[in-house]
Each structure stands twice: as C-alpha cells, then as structure tokens.
Design a protein around this ligand. Structure first.
Ligand SMILES: Nc1nc2c(ncn2[C@@H]2O[C@H](COP(=O)(O)OP(=O)(O)OP(=O)(O)O)[C@@H](O)[C@H]2O)c(=O)[nH]1
Ligand SMILES: [Mg+2]
Length: 301
C-alpha cells in the first residue's frame, strides 16, 4: 500500500485536535477563525459538503462541552468525539455479509455496475479469486458486449484464475447473455454468477435502460456499484445516479491505495445510505478487503 493513504483528511483531523487541545479555543474563536476553513479543507479532501457541515457543527458542540467538563483529557476526549462523529455517518446504512449470504442459496447472482474505468472487471476478478478460495465455484459473465476488448479482459482474468467465463458474440443483447448464463450456471452447478456490465454505451441505447433490462431479466440477488475513490465528487454523483435509476444494494470503492484525500467513502455512504462491502487497495488479486468502519476510523484518527 502506498504511503500516504488518506493523508490529507488525516492531517486535517490531526490539526483540529492540536488546535483545540493546545490553544483551548472557545466556540466563538472556532466559529470566527476555524469553522469555514475547516469546511473548505474537508471538501477539498472529497468530503461532501453536507457531511463536512455536519462534522463541523458536531465539533462545535464538542468544543463547547470541553469547557464544561473540567479535568478531562481534552485530546483523548476530542479524538473519541471525532470517531463518534464519523461513525455516525455509517449508522443505519445496514450491511451485507456477502460471504455469509452465499451459503443461503444454491446460486447467487451478483451484477456489478459502474462507469467505465472504475475497476469493475478487476474487482470481479478479485472477488472470484476470493470466493474460490472459500470453496465456491464462481462463473464470470461478460455482459459488456459493446466495448472492444471488454470480454477479452475478463477472459484473461478467468484464464489466470481458472474461473470459467460465460460470453456470447459482441453485439448480443447483454440481458440475453445474462439469461443464458443463469441456465448454464444451474446446469453446471456453479454457486455464484458475477456479471460484468458495460460502463459506457457505444450505441444510442441508453446505458441505464440496458442495465435495467439486465436486472429485470437476471433478477440478481445483489446489485453492487463500483466507484473509484480518486474521483471524489464524481463518485458521489455516480452513486446517486445509479441508485436512483437502478437501485444499488451495496458499494465497492476501488483504488484506495492511491487515495491521498480520504473522503470518498464517507461522502458516498452519506449520500445514498448504502453499505460499502469491499475496498480495492491495489491491482493484485489479493488487494481486496472487506470494508470495516473501525478500520476506516482507526486509519483516519
Ligand atoms: N491502484 C489500484 N488500481 C485499481 C484498483 N482497482 C482497479 N484498478 C485499476 O483500474 C484500471 C481500470 O480497471 P478496470 O477493472 O478495467 O475498470 P472497468 O470498470 O472494468 O472499466 P470498463 O470495462 O472500461 O468499464 C485498471 O488499470 C486496474 O488495474 C485498485 O483497487 N487499486
Ligand atoms: Mg471492464
């Protein structure tokens, strides 16, 4: 992992703790000198504006509490409060333990959504690797039948991992590919279907219409949105769009290994209120981790 993951957000939070601890600032001083700058700094670290405002407003009441509570370890108190504030973003978003869910049925169908380049195909390969290690039999499905090379990329991963790839000639209706793949998976006793979809449309068919058709026909158990941590606000906009147009059950955030800012996960979760299931932390098959709020909080503070 690259040194400096989330460095920007970490530094901002560290500075807040330092200022409040050493200067013992009042709420008035905080409002006048720090609050606005803090919001801007947070937004520049990919923390969405409503989340940044919430953090600053909570911090404000924390500072006013410090004055009342004499004899406490201010630094310790502040750090715990910041942890609590961040944890709050994840309250009531639910969770999906995919690895446990797989046990519940013979065949689990998962469709991966996301714009081009976010890391859908790579993430599917990583998950296939992971599930197979757990003893399952995954099948990859190439449902991007438009972009030249899309199927080959998935097949290359399949070959390396020894995981079969279901595909049909380019130009085939992706929903038909998914339908046929389910029949095939049932006949051949696969446990999991991982469907790779297009991130961009090369014809005048609307991508969202096509994805909706895939969902209608494939009736997946999970619709997982993949977003790229490095894209910050774009990731938030994509999350909103896909969740509104198609419905998202959970999110995978990729490229965190290269993310020096750190706010994307907070912003996406706060915006669509859906859980992050996994995070991508590199380009190797092992570089996928289950997302854990405590890990994020401990990394940030
Ligand atoms: N550093 C890093 N790179 C990643 C990660 N996940 C994916 N990538 C890289 O991101 C690039 C794009 O990944 P793809 O999996 O091809 O993206 P995609 O969403 O399938 O793209 P389209 O098929 O064009 O829609 C590749 O170079 C991947 O190696 C990650 O967690 N960390
Ligand atoms: Mg792809």
């Amino acid at each position: 992992m690259v040194f400096g993951m989330f460095e920007k957000l970490k530094r901002i939070l560290r500075e807040v703790v330092d200022v409040v601890t050493t200067k013992q600032i009042s709420v008035k001083e905080f409002d006048e000198k720090y609050a606005d700058k803090l919001i801007i700094d947070l937004v520049e670290s990919d923390v969405a504006l409503p989340v940044a405002e919430e953090i600053v407003s909570e911090l404000r009441s924390t500072i006013s509490n410090i004055r009342v509570r004499r004899g406490i370890d201010v630094q310790e108190y502040l750090r715990n409060e910041i942890k609590r504030i961040i944890r709050q973003v994840f309250r009531n978003v639910g969770s999906i333990d995919l690895e446990n869910e797989l046990k519940k049925r013979n065949l689990t169908i998962i469709v991966f959504l996301g714009v081009n380049g976010v890391g859908k195909t790579t993430t599917i390969a990583k998950l296939g690797y992971r599930f197979r290690k757990l003893g399952y039999r995954p099948l990859f499905v190439a449902a991007d039948t438009f972009r030249a090379g899309a199927q080959e990329q998935l097949k290359e991963h399949g070959k390396r991992l020894g995981i079969p790839v279901f595909s049909r000639p380019y130009g085939t209706d992706p929903a038909a590919v998914v339908y046929d793949s389910i029949v095939f998976a049932k006949q051949n006793k696969f446990d999991i279907i991982l469907v790779d979809t297009a991130g961009r449309m090369h014809t005048d068919i609307d991508l969202m219409d096509e994805l909706r058709k895939i969902i209608r026909v494939g009736k997946p158990h999970y619709k997982i949105l993949v977003v790229d941590a490095l894209t910050g606000n774009d990731a938030v906009e994509q999350a909103k769009l896909f969740n509104d147009k198609i419905g998202v059950d959970g999110v995978i955030v990729t490229k965190l290994d290269a993310d020096v800012k750190g706010g994307t996960i907070l912003s996406v979760v706060h915006t669509i209120r859906k859980p992050v299931l996994y995070i991508g932390v590199g380009q190797k098959y092992e570089d996928l981790r289950r997302f854990d709020v405590d890990w994020l909080i401990d990394t940030l503070i």
